[in-house]
Design a protein around this ligand. Structure first.
Ligand SMILES: Cc1cc2nc3c(=O)[nH]c(=O)nc-3n(C[C@H](O)[C@H](O)[C@H](O)COP(=O)(O)O)c2cc1C
Length: 312
């Protein structure tokens, strides 16, 4: 299950019983449920009832969430995020800040970048304390780490902007810092691999970035859209709409790669793994609509002899 904001946290970002139930009811048949994006600092908040992990007082709720997921036999991974320039101005009560000044967003100063990297580390430490098996850094769908990577938003002239190498620098700084704080646990990176725009991120940039992420110690690369978002209009009717990007990345790295996008049929998901297009398949909205989707998928796939699966 890919991370999906459920709108079930409190206004302070705390875990609720409703949120725990959302994960418990889906996790028993899942290999890797990833809990929805939790903001690492108040300035990185996107929506009123978003989950948050910006304060030690929130750890006890996450402890309950992690142990409830473990109790049904699944590992627990938490996605952590900072919305950067698209943080909700009304919610954060300040001007949103990102890589460069544009529209309503102001440019982050270098000292603020160090502070944000430290907030990612503190959030990671809280997740570990709460019993999570790992964290996923949200570097897709136009949020802060993605804003630095994409030339569409990053117009900086310093060492954090310009060339591909410089645009990778801030996300890699965060990865390195988080990696140090996550000994023995799993680090995932959700990579915005395609902006679907002529001057934006192209797959070749994403492949180069994935290689660097692997080198920096990322254990799993979760491939999705960049500035175009998770459900781009031009692709969303296609089953497996970000699989080709994930497959290109898979060919360039050794760590497992997750593919996603409009997947609704168990046999199709199974085939993607069997044919080694990707290592793991994420199913989002289908699981949102039907909490028993994964149970049914297990039934369907174990009932059908493997040789009957169409591999073309
Ligand atoms: C309601 C909803 C909330 C989402 N929240 C997140 C999120 O918190 N973090 C994230 O990386 N993606 C989020 N996504 C994107 C999904 O993880 C996934 O990439 C997208 O829905 C495409 O997969 P699907 O076609 O299987 O639904 C969300 C999607 C939906 C529908």
């Amino acid at each position: 299950m890919p991370p999906m904001q459920s709108g079930r946290a409190t206004f302070e970002g705390a875990v609720t019983n409703r949120l725990i139930n959302f994960y418990v009811s889906r996790s028993a048949a899942l290999g890797l449920p990833i809990v929805e994006h939790a903001y690492i600092s108040l300035t990185g908040k996107l929506s009123p009832k978003q989950l948050g992990i910006y304060d030690d007082a929130l750890i006890s709720g996450f402890e309950q969430l992690a142990s409830a997921i473990h109790a049904v036999g699944a590992p627990a991974i938490l996605q952590i995020t900072h919305a950067g320039g698209v943080a909700n101005k009304k919610v954060i009560n300040a001007q949103p800040a990102g890589p460069s000044a544009s529209g309503k967003m102001r440019e982050l100063q270098k000292t603020e970048l160090e502070a944000i990297a430290e907030e990612f580390v503190l959030a990671t430490e809280r997740a570990v304390k709460a019993g999570f098996d790992g964290v996923e850094l949200h570097g897709a769908h136009g949020y802060l780490l993605n804003q630095f990577f994409s030339p569409l938003l990053n117009k900086r002239q310093d060492e954090f902007g310009g060339s591909l190498e410089k645009r990778m620098r801030f996300p890699l700084l965060v990865v390195n810092a988080v990696r140090r704080a996550l000994t023995g646990k799993v680090l995932l990176y959700r990579l915005g691999a395609d902006d679907l725009a002529p001057n934006g991120i192209q797959i070749a940039d994403a492949v180069a970035f994935a290689v660097e992420l692997e080198r920096a110690g990322v254990d799993v690369i979760d491939v999705s859209g960049g500035m175009c978002g998770a459900e781009p209009k031009q692709l969303r009717k296609l089953q497996g709409y970000f699989i080709s990007q994930a497959h290109e990345i898979k060919q360039a790295v050794h760590v497992p790669v997750i593919g996603v996008g409009g997947i609704a049929e168990a046999a199709y998901a199974d085939r993607l793994v069997r044919e080694e297009k990707v290592d793991l398949v994420a199913v989002g909205r289908a699981l949102l609509k039907d909490s028993t989707w994964a149970f049914k998928a297990v039934e369907t796939l174990t009932a059908a002899p493997k040789t009957n699966v169409d591999v073309i």
